[in-house]
Ligand binder design. Structure first.
Ligand code: NAD
Length: 324
């Protein structure tokens, strides 16, 4: 990102948007980054904010043209667990939101680059689960995964056909302390910390103790995102979406890690429909293409991530968000 860049973040109030907005504003100045979402954020923040619905194509075009936006980060979507409750709406939001942004990048001369996140949900029961390759069987059986896989194909199509500079990562489950998760299958790995720090010191996990999934600390995810967007276009060899990995663990493993700091923390297991979603996803990811093409390298392991989560949640949420 250079001094002339102006960024628009769509879906900025969510788990990733909250942190990405802060990161980009700290780096490039508060006024260089316009945050937007369906509603104003819960906590007041410094910097420009607009109410904007990603399904409102005209409003997106108007804002991009008026503000001469050069980069869009499209984060508004329905996540995996929420999508299963409303498949048709999930398809509409996840696809039409993407079309609106891709078309805007094709049609509006100021808009040079788009970031759109995919997910490990693009994989399915036929995919090799260990060290899942970049190119492999992709047979998602959730509406969320289907929308992400279709989105990947459209990103590549818009790059090939219209030269839209769209870049994408297949995020694993993301874990951060600055906001609460938004309805995904890996949400347990954030919730578990809030429950460990709450007075009852108890958590009922909706996945099985041995459900191993790929995960990433938010600091790493934000760094990967910005590194991908900063890379020269010729280094971006994959225009569908890059595999990126960091760590993999089970609920039992993260519970044990938290218990090494909070010995009286108790976890019980009572699975729901999200276990079936987890069963269809990889347990670890081969991200060698991202490492080779633009130098991806994760920094956080389970121990360091656990320490930071336990230190920072009480500062970020002085009153437990689980109360009331
Ligand atoms: P989130 O649910 O926390 O945030 C999404 C935000 O989008 C919310 O603030 C919501 O109000 C907003 N939004 C919803 N509908 C909108 C609309 N019509 N117009 C404008 N804003 C709207 O999601 P997140 O965890 O921040 O995820 C962001 C993106 O990253 C999504 O595409 C998601 O699929 C992807 N992703 C996330 C994870 C993860 O673990 N969080 C993993 C893989 C991929």
């Amino acid at each position: 990102m250079s001094g002339k860049d102006k960024v628009l973040i769509l879906g900025a109030n969510g788990q990733i948007g909250t942190e990405l907005t802060q990161f980009l504003r700290a780096r490039h100045g508060v006024n260089a980054v316009i945050a937007s979402d369906l509603r104003v954020p819960d906590r007041p923040q410094e910097g420009p904010f607009r109410i904007l619905d990603v399904l409102d194509r005209e409003a997106i075009y108007e804002l991009v043209e008026y503000e001469r936006i050069t980069q869009v980060y499209l984060l508004a979507a329905l996540l995996s667990a929420t999508s299963e409750k409303n498949p048709e709406f999930a398809w509409r939001l996840n696809m039409d939101g993407l079309f609106n942004v891709l078309n805007c990048a094709r049609d509006c001369p100021s808009l040079e680059k788009v970031f759109w996140p995919s997910s490990i949900a693009v994989f399915g029961p036929g995919t090799p689960r260990e060290a899942t390759p970049q190119d492999t069987v992709m047979d998602p059986n959730t509406v969320y995964g289907i929308s992400k896989l279709a989105g990947e194909r459209w990103c590549e199509y818009y790059f090939q056909r219209y030269e839209v500079d769209v870049r994408s990562l297949r995020y694993p489950g993301l874990i951060g302390y600055k906001s609460l998760p938004g309805g995904g299958t890996t949400d347990y790995a954030v919730d578990i910390f809030h429950h460990a720090l709450a007075p009852a010191r108890r958590y009922e996990c909706f996945l099985q103790p041995d459900a191993c999934l790929p995960m990433m600390y938010m600091e790493d995810a934000i760094r990967a995102t910005v590194q991908l967007m900063d890379a020269p276009a010729e280094q971006i060899k994959i225009r569908s979406s890059y595999n990126i990995g960091a760590l993999s663990f089970t609920p039992a493993e993260i519970a044990a890690q938290i218990q090494s700091f909070i010995p009286n923390f108790v976890v019980n297991y009572s699975t729901d429909f999200r276990q079936a979603i987890a069963d269809s996803w990889p347990s670890s990811i081969d991200d060698s293409a991202a490492r080779q093409d633009w130098g991806w390298q994760p920094e956080y392991d389970l121990v360091r991530m656990t320490e930071e989560m336990l230190q920072n949640i009480p500062l970020q949420f002085p009153a437990s968000p689980l109360e009331g």
